[in-house]
Ligand binder design. Sequence first.
Ligand SMILES: [Zn+2]
Ligand SMILES: [Zn+2]
Length: 329
Amino acid sequence: MKRSSRRIGALGVLAVATWALGTWIGAAWSEPAATSSTTSRERPFAVVLGIAQDGGVPQAGSRDDAGWSDAARQRRVACLALVDPLSRQRWLLDATPDFPEQLQELDRVAPVEARPGLDGILLTHAHMGHYTGLMYLGHESMGADGVRVYAMPRMSAYLRTNGPWDQLVRYENVRLEPLAAGVPVQLNPRLRAEPIPVPHRQEYSEVVGYRIEGPERALLYIPDIDSWKELDEMGLRVEELLASVDVAYLDATFYDNGEIPGRDMSGFPHPFIVHTMERLSRLPESERSKVRFIHLNHTNPALWPDTEARRTIESRGFRVAEELERVPL
Ligand SMILES: [Zn+2]
Ligand SMILES: [Zn+2]
């Protein structure tokens, strides 16, 4: 999308209102009543496009998984989109292996003419579920033109110096935009993204979460982290992060030890949902209710409604993220 086309005149405002109204219908999660319906339609929002761990649900090799024949038992890889209805801009947090379906979903939620119609992709790290969707921007697929890819220094260098990703850079399908730890990037006049370094395996890149700030509300996105304790040791407490936002999407890869038969999972480098709930249990309900668990492994029982895991999570004041839910910002 060209910058000049984002200017909005009187007719444009009407068109945007219609666009926003049209896309509001059928939302899986609608926002609380705002003071003015026009204002609520114009607010930027985040929409969840996937809640699964990198391997997706069902996962390759899970031969008996009901998801192979039942769409209701499928979940896409963790991904959020940011949408500004006024400027008709859209961004993705991470580019997953499910990029084609997620872009299609985003086109349904907030259609634009341009292809891919993305004002940027903000990457968290170089594990397969979080960046390999970039391949669809390349020569063999969309042949995109200069899509901004926001990345930390090692992540940028990784893309620039390793095939096949370096070709995306050389052919200018993507344009790398540098990020620095803790330095917010102004995505547009109404939306800001701050990369927050978190402890997690760093074979190829740094690992960050994001704090996204809109005109009225903020959200946190940390799909992958080794432990909250290691974050403490970096001088940052999850409770403080939670206090600084209205909604927090947090790593919920596994529910509890024992969900993978025959494996001792106690050394797995993710905070189990039960441990995160335990740690946050002393916070007031208003803080716990900000948490939406995301990045669930295909073995995680909390993926599914009507499970004991899901009932426990909800009874303790937390939630599991749902695909297509929206967060007004
Ligand atoms: Zn991941
Ligand atoms: Zn990871």
